[in-house]
Ligand binder design. Structure first.
Ligand SMILES: Cc1cc2nc3c(=O)[nH]c(=O)nc-3n(C[C@H](O)[C@H](O)[C@H](O)COP(=O)(O)O)c2cc1C
Length: 329
């Protein structure tokens, strides 16, 4: 079975090609990590059945939070409790990456106390039905956030993670730069795909400078918006090549402003494989694809037809903690 074959990501060997993708658990009402969260992860990866766990998105700054329940790698003090997760997962026999994120225009002002920022001042609907207009970041503002990504990545390394994943999917800040729906910039951070991923490329370089060699950097790219005027599969291929050239060790594909599902109602197992197949052809780093897989046989079929190098199983594993032990037996 291909799914059970080991794979290397940025020099780190994973025991198999099954990944648990990042999923916010809601087990941290005020964002602070306790044993219950560590148990949530280690239970699902018991027996080494999951090759790679990517933890739910951590904020890189207080202003960049997605909400008060979000866990944090924004300070050394907050990072410390992540050791509960990394040690529990290492004891279970799996590797673990931390997903790091800045929410950009999706950072709610009522919690951050700061006006939301983005690529451009494009209106955004909030979850409670309001409308906000974020402030377009200046070059200095961009550089500051890139440094916050680097500092958070270094903290992740220090508390035992095996790698980091930079979040650029589901409409958060880096996705706001990538998608033409929200990036109207006329400077070097806008326009062509290479402009729209300039901040990603700079972030990868700064993260690498902070963490050094041998510590994998993945990018979760919300590669396609599946929406008129949004980012396209062709964009995702071009972007992935640039990200890999900049030093990304793995490309993890999901949706853009459509979130983690397809807006056209397509729900087949591996529903982002139209995109991931194209990206896999174009890059020479491992490609992870997640979406709609609920059986190991479905993951296997996707690997066999070259849709990706690794398969993520999210909701099925979230609902059923024994999923991996059973399906990978
Ligand atoms: C409750 C929940 C929380 C999620 N949180 C995150 C997250 O923190 N970061 C992220 O990139 N994706 C997040 N996702 C998306 C998942 O990683 C995954 O892409 C999605 O569930 C689709 O895969 P599936 O069909 O295997 O469930 C979340 C999904 C769910 C259901």
């Amino acid at each position: 079975m291909l799914l059970k074959t080991p794979i290397e990501v940025g020099g780190v060997r994973l025991a198999n090609r099954l990944a648990m993708p990042p999923m916010q658990t809601g087990k941290t009402p005020d964002g602070s990590i306790g044993p219950e969260l560590a148990e949530h992860y280690s239970r699902r990866a018991a027996g080494g059945a999951v090759g790679l766990v990517i933890t739910e998105h951590s904020r890189i700054s207080f202003e960049g939070q997605a909400g008060p329940m979000q866990i944090s790698l924004a300070s050394d003090e907050e990072a410390e409790a992540h050791r509960l997760i990394t040690s529990a997962l290492h004891a279970a026999g799996t590797k673990v990456f931390a997903q790091i994120n800045h929410a950009g225009s999706a950072a709610p002002e009522q919690f951050t106390g700061a006006a939301p920022v983005s690529a451009s001042a494009v209106e955004r609907r909030t979850r409670d039905g309001g409308v906000i207009v974020p402030r377009a970041l200046t070059r200095d503002g961009i550089a500051e956030i890139e440094e916050q990504f680097a500092a958070a990545a270094l903290r992740a390394k220090d508390v035992g993670y095996d790698g980091v994943e930079i979040h650029s999917a589901h409409g958060y800040l880096l996705n706001q730069f990538y998608s033409p729906l929200t990036n109207r910039r006329t400077d070097e951070y806008g326009g062509s795909v290479s402009g729209r991923v300039r901040m990603h490329v700079e972030t990868i370089r700064r993260v690498r400078a902070a963490v050094g060699a041998g510590f994998p950097i993945a990018v979760r790219l919300g590669g396609c918006d599946y929406t008129e005027g949004g980012s396209t599969i062709e964009d995702s291929v071009e972007a992935s090549v640039l990200l890999a050239e900049a030093g990304a060790d793995m490309i993890d594909l999901s949706g853009g402003f459509c979130g983690y599902i397809r807006p056209d109602g397509y729900r087949e197992p591996g529903y982002f494989s139209d995109m991931s197949t194209e990206v896999k052809r174009a890059v020479n780093v491992p490609v992870l694809m997640t979406g709609g897989v609920t059986k190991a046989s479905e993951a296997e079929a996707l690997l066999e037809r070259g849709a990706a190098d690794m398969i993520g199983v999210g909701r099925a594993l979230f609902r059923d903690p024994d999923w991996a032990l059973r399906e990978m037996a």
